[in-house]
Design a binder for this molecule. Structure first.
Ligand SMILES: Cc1cc2nc3c(=O)[nH]c(=O)nc-3n(C[C@H](O)[C@H](O)[C@H](O)COP(=O)(O)OP(=O)(O)OC[C@H]3O[C@@H](n4cnc5c(N)ncnc54)[C@H](O)[C@@H]3O)c2cc1C
Length: 282
């Protein structure tokens, strides 16, 4: 196995242009597991773990998070709770010290914890290649299928960016235990009161991250009626309806972590809690 360790982004893009089949290595917390279990045997690995260009993290109203930013750094700097709470649930401290946002996007699993939050924050992913330069992909176009990111040969993820959305955000995750767990179902909800938008995105209940658009419209209607600047106190009936709309958007399957029926139940429970909590937030 050939392993290249470029010292700059340009050098990494040059290596990928010469060998588009080369596999990128960032924190290695997904890739090394796949290699160790014999699921993949790349002939050429390009390590991007130390590229300073991918470690940029700018916060403020406009957030730019380099692909090489680890969960630990993200937790220290980012203020969007949906993403912070997602990052906090990833693995153990060791995994959070090594694993990166770009790796979660590259693996592109419907159970990737940051992905519902990036969807709910309406993030844009910037990718780059030597041949075509930079290209921006809205998160809605990122997942072409399970583990199929919208990356062309020779491209890598440079960064994700989004607009900071205020405090009315949640990320909820259900697993088979409380820590070090792959999501059985997850939900991110972001109510951006200033921009008057509601986004609800579901993880682990379909082949890709799913936006619950009917539930988003319902919550938008409630906020239009009650006033975006005021707390929202949904009735029991409204919470139940919101949960039903979210569950109806899910397309869960039975697998070793849970049944489709359990996933549909749990996502409805999470939806009700998310509506309550984002409603109560300032
Ligand atoms: C014990 C353990 C617990 C875990 N727990 C969780 C969890 O709770 N939640 C969760 O979501 N994940 C979890 N994971 C999975 C993993 O930690 C995350 O997916 C992490 O974000 C991967 O990042 P990485 O930098 O280690 O990626 P790597 O393993 O280096 O790469 C992963 C994939 O992405 C590609 N890639 C990496 N960087 C880029 C880039 N910049 N551009 C294009 N492609 C790129 C690689 O080629 C590879 O295909 C866990 C893993 C382990 C081993």
């Amino acid at each position: 196995m050939q392993v290249s360790v470029p010292k700059s982004l340009d050098a990494a893009l040059g290596l990928l242009a010469e060998d588009p089949q080369a596999v990128l290595l960032a924190g290695g917390t997904d890739l090394m597991v796949a290699i160790n279990f014999g699921r993949t045997r790349p002939e050429h690995i390009v390590s991007i773990a130390r590229l300073p260009e991918l470690k940029e993290l700018a916060t403020g109203e406009q957030v730019r998070c380099g692909a090489g930013v680890t969960y630990t750094r993200l937790l220290e700097r980012v203020r969007d709770r949906a993403l912070v709470d997602a990052a906090r649930t990833v693995g153990s401290p060791q995994i959070r010290n090594a694993g990166t946002l770009g790796g979660n996007l590259g693996t592109c699993s419907p159970a990737g914890d940051t992905l519902p939050s990036l969807a709910a924050l309406d993030a844009t992913i910037t990718v780059a290649s030597q041949r075509s330069g930079e290209r921006r992909v809205p998160f809605s176009g990122w997942m072409r299928g399970p583990k199929k990111p919208a990356l062309e040969p020779g491209e890598l993820v440079l960064r994700a960016d989004w607009e900071e959305a205020g405090p009315a955000q949640v990320f909820l995750k259900a697993g088979t235990r409380n820590a070090m767990v792959i999501a059985v179902a997850s939900l991110a909800m972001v109510v951006d009161r200033a921009r008057r938008t509601v986004r609800v995105a579901l993880g682990s209940v379909g082949p890709t991250i799913i936006r619950a658009t009917a539930a988003e419209e319902m919550a938008t209607g409630l906020l239009d009626e009650g006033g975006w600047e005021r707390p929202l106190m949904p009735t029991e009936a409204a919470q139940a309806r919101f949960g039903e709309l979210v569950a109806a958007a899910a397309r869960p399957i039975d697998d070793q972590r849970g049944t489709g029926a359990y996933r549909r139940h749990v996502i409805a429970v999470m939806a009700r809690r998310a509506l309550q909590r984002t409603g109560a937030a300032p």
